[in-house]
Design a protein around this ligand. Structure first.
Ligand SMILES: Cc1cc2nc3c(=O)[nH]c(=O)nc-3n(C[C@H](O)[C@H](O)[C@H](O)COP(=O)(O)OP(=O)(O)OC[C@H]3O[C@@H](n4cnc5c(N)ncnc54)[C@H](O)[C@@H]3O)c2cc1C
Length: 423
């Protein structure tokens, strides 16, 4: 388990002192990772890429940051583990450009689409594949190194109303409950939105045609796979039931992540059975011992929050909205939203102004939502294998079109929508 940082924060002494806590901790019963300090500048809920990065950026600006996650770390997560060139550029501008290589990530140079036994290949550049277990632990370590206090295995709930200009978060670890208060709370709680959905004003809509996610990261996928999926290639298997992405990551591991129609999942006996069907129809082998693998699942994937900020609460990453997976836009969006929100949150800690919530809604719409249309278009195309095959054939004769689409998704150019430069 990751050891949390010191319970004393790295807060800038020049900041106004945080007010008295509104909650009372049951100190006798504290699990060792619960801090004694109850009043924070920022409480961040969720230690995925969005939560860890925003925590680090805010701690670097002198804020006392408490980061809470429901899971024990390191943890697995349903994800293809493919970091696009844009995600790498985001890490680079946050001073973490070396992280993927240091963690053993595999450089990506090809993208293959498998449909009905036929393969179309496209060149990729600038991306890496790395398991989420390893990536998220490294990002979390970078946050802790910046002075963030991390509390694992703890469910956080945001209380509905602000009290004396502070937000209150109730944290539950088994039977231990503490309340922390903060000038701002960040919901980086992923697709589940288990904290964000406590506040009705942050409600999200889920697309009725949305797929569900299934995945695992395997150490020994079997010889058939090792021969077929070469390190450096993202292989996408497309079928009527959904689509699955496969990539080799650090130490030869294989990540499998699929977006599956809920109807197909219900009709199959198990996640292993539906994945086997998807891969077989695309002409790919299946992994050894699939029934003994602990496949993880997700809720419906495509969702959209109408509002991504309310009084002293900012929503970032998947919790703000998600379009089904393809070649790495999910983590790039999560990291970019952390980067863009951090200066606004920092201002909100100094002095709350309702305009800051409005500013985050506007920045998010301009920077993230507007980038999602090529992914939406590709996600729609992948639902129809025959149409996909026709379009891919056309793409082989007019390669500028798929090249342009991939470059739109992969685009490493930094976002121009900023309200204040980072330190
Ligand atoms: C099938 C599939 C394949 C994908 N493939 C890729 C890919 O190859 N490349 C890519 O870039 N993206 C991919 N994605 C998308 C990517 O996984 C997400 O976009 C990314 O994880 C978003 O990061 P996040 O920090 O917003 O949320 P998450 O990584 O989901 O982190 C949220 C964290 O919040 C914690 N949490 C939730 N609720 C609470 C609570 N109440 N209290 C405390 N903690 C809480 C969770 O435990 C979790 O650790 C894929 C997604 C799916 C479903």
């Amino acid at each position: 388990m990751t050891e949390p940082g010191s319970s004393e924060s790295s807060a800038d002494p020049s900041r106004p002192a945080t007010k008295r806590p509104v909650g009372v901790a049951n100190e006798d019963a504290q699990p060792h990772s619960f801090p004694n300090r109850l009043a924070w500048d920022v409480v961040v809920i969720g230690a995925g890429p969005a939560g860890s990065l925003v925590s680090r950026l805010l701690a670097q600006r002198g804020n006392a940051v408490l980061l809470i996650d429901a899971k024990e770390f390191p943890r697995d997560k349903v994800c293809g583990g493919c970091l696009s060139a844009r995600a790498i550029a985001q890490m680079d501008q946050a001073g973490l450009g070396e992280l993927p290589i240091n963690a053993g990530a595999v450089p990506l140079d090809a993208f293959e689409v498998h449909i009905g036994g036929r393969v179309s290949r496209f060149a990729l550049s600038g991306g890496y594949s790395l398991s989420r277990r390893t990536l998220d632990q490294h990002l979390l370590n970078a946050a802790i190194a910046a002075g963030v206090h991390f509390v694992p295995q703890t469910m956080a709930v945001i209380e509905k109303n602000c009290i004396a200009g502070r937000r209150v978060v109730t944290a539950r670890h088994g039977s231990h409950i503490s309340q922390f208060d903060a000038a701002c709370v960040i919901c980086a709680d992923g697709l589940l939105r288990s904290a964000a959905r406590q506040l009705p004003e942050l409600a999200a809509e889920t697309s009725p045609r949305s797929h569900l996610g299934i995945g695992a990261c395997l150490q020994h996928p079997g010889l058939a796979f090792e021969e077929r999926i070469r390190p450096g290639t993202i292989a996408m298997a497309v079928s009527r039931d959904g689509y699955a992405g496969l990539a080799r990551c650090e130490n030869g591991r294989l990540s499998i992540a699929a977006a599956i129609s809920p109807v197909s999942l219900r009709s199959a006996k198990s996640p292993a059975a539906i994945l086997k069907r998807v891969l077989a129809s695309a002409g790919l082998p299946f992994v050894d011992n699939a029934d003994s693998i602990d496949w993880q699942g997700t809720p419906l994937l495509t969702s959209h929050a109408r509002t991504v900020a309310t009084e002293r609460v900012f929503v970032i990453g998947d919790a703000a909205g998600y379009v089904e997976p393809f070649t790495g836009e999910g983590m790039a969006n999560a990291l970019e939203s952390a980067w863009l929100a951090a200066p606004l949150i920092d201002q909100a800690v100094r002095q709350w102004d309702p305009q800051l919530a409005q500013d985050w809604n506007t920045s998010y719409a301009r920077a993230i939502r507007k980038r999602q249309w090529p992914v939406r278009a590709l996600g729609a195309m992948l639902r129809y294998p025959t149409l996909s095959r026709v379009l891919l054939r056309i793409g082989q004769f007019v390669p500028a079109v798929p090249r342009w689409l991939i470059s739109r998704i992969n685009d490493p150019r930094p976002c121009t929508v900023t309200t204040e430069s980072h330190l």
